[in-house]
Structures are given as structure tokens and as C-alpha cells.
Design a binder for this molecule. Structure first.
Ligand code: URA
Length: 223
């Protein structure tokens, strides 16, 4: 069944559809849909996992402690929050901050896919396991995946730890995020040759040419 999500022409229209969404049971417990925020013309799109309590209350992604850390790490590469676009794999808060379930991710992924198509960033940064596994279609964990850029549907994808892991894991995790964001800076500055001299791993489904839109079923078909 075709849905408006796949063809909707603008982010505000997509957000309006998301705000009424009842595709999964997370709709029942939410205060607000946390659709995403930032620049619609961003070169960098950041994808987290799902809203926490503060995000649910405010309807804005990454406004809690993880968000503060993310903002300060972005500032180190001279990016302000409004320079990038920030979204999550699931747009509604899982109760008690539990992990999003596969059926919830499946129900929500069409929104993320369309956000990606409309924003068309040069670099995607995935924070943590959920967004990295979904978008790179891998079962490999973030510790092994991070530290490099992946060519991904005509753009680059840089996986890194979730800032919540840095809040728990301390300086080493924070330094790893810093290193990954330095790579993001190199990519958006066009210092690609520096980045490419070290492993830029090409995933089997990735290519440098225009992405085949049907293949943006990369996250699987829209339910
Ligand atoms: N963690 C996330 O993954 N997303 C948010 O929006 C907040 C915390």
C-alpha cells in the first residue's frame, strides 16, 4: 500500500503526518511526537535512538543531558545545533526509556527515510547501535563499526557512540566521539582524501551515484 509518507513533498507536511501517527503502540504513551529539529538544508544529519522523558515533554530531540553533551561536542567541530538536523529512529518515547522494539522501528522507519530524502545531507552521523544497525543493515555493534566513514547511498555515514554511553563510560568514549566528529568535519570540509586514506569501508549496498529511490528501502519497505 502506498502511503503519503513516501511522496510527501516537504518536511512540515511530513511532520504533520507524524504528529497524528498511530502506527505503533508508542503513540498511546507519548506526550509529544519528537519528529526532528534543525536546518532543512543541513550538510549533517544526526540520528539518535528515541526520545527520552525530556524530549517527550518538549517535543524536541536531544534536549536532556545527552543533548547537552552532543551540543558541546558539535561545537568543538564548529557546528551549532541549528547547523545540523537531528532526528531519531523512533519518534515517540518508549515507556521507561526501554529500547525500541523491532516492530516499533519498522513502523517508524518510513519517516526517517523520507526525512533523509528531503534533507539530503552530505554526511549522516548515527549515534549508537540502533541507528547504526538500521541504516548500515548490520548486526555488528557500534564499538566495531565506529572510527571510519562508510560510503552510503551517495553520501557518507559516520557511526559513533551514543552520547549517553559517553555519560556512562567517561573520557575514553567521549574521546572516541570526538575523533569521529573530527572525521565528520573533514568530510564536510572536502578534506575527503585525508579521510579516505584510512579505511572508508564501502558497504555492499552503497554507491557513489544517485541512490535508487526504491532501494532506499534500505531500511526495508514502508509499512
Ligand atoms: N537519546 C536519543 O537517542 N534521542 C533523544 O532525542 C534523546 C536521547
Amino acid at each position: 500500500m502506498s502511503t503519503p509518507i513516501d511522496t510527501v513533498a516537504t518536511l512540515p507536511e511530513l511532520a504533520a503526518i507524524a504528529h497524528d501517527c498511530t502506527r505503533c503502540s508508542l503513540a498511546e504513551g507519548r506526550t509529544n511526537v519528537v519528529f526532528g529539529s534543525g536546518s532543512e538544508n543541513a550538510d549533517v544529519m544526526i540520528v539518535g535512538e528515541g526520545p527520552g522523558r525530556q524530549e517527550d515533554e518538549q517535543g524536541v530531540p536531544f534536549v536532556g543531558r545527552s543533548g547537552k553533551l552532543l551540543e558541546s561536542l558539535l561545537a568543538e567541530i564548529d557546528l551549532q545545533r541549528d547547523d545540523v538536523y537531528i532526528a531519531n529512529v523512533v519518534k515517540c518515547r518508549p515507556p521507561g526509556n526501554r529500547d525500541p522494539r523491532p516492530d516499533e522501528i519498522d513502523a517508524c522507519k518510513g519517516y526517517l527515510r523520507r526525512q533523509m530524502q528531503l534533507i539530503d545531507p552530505a554526511v549522516v552521523v548515527t549515534l549508537g547501535n540502533f541507528s547504526t544497525k538500521l541504516m548500515l543493515r548490520t548486526e555488528t555493534g557500534i564499538t566495531a563499526m565506529r572510527g571510519r566513514a562508510y560510503a552510503w547511498w551517495g553520501r557518507y555515514l559516520v557511526p559513533t557512540f551514543h552520547p549517553a554511553a559517553a555519560l556512562r563510560g567517561g573520557v575514553r568514549v567521549t574521546d572516541d566521539i570526538r575523533a569521529d566528529l573530527a572525521l565528520v568535519r573533514s568530510l564536510i570540509d572536502g578534506r575527503i582524501s585525508v579521510a579516505l586514506s584510512e579505511p572508508v569501508h564501502e558497504t555492499p549496498e552503497s554507491k557513489q551515484s544517485e541512490p535508487d529511490e526504491t532501494q532506499l528501502g534500505l531500511f526495508g519497505p514502508t509499512p
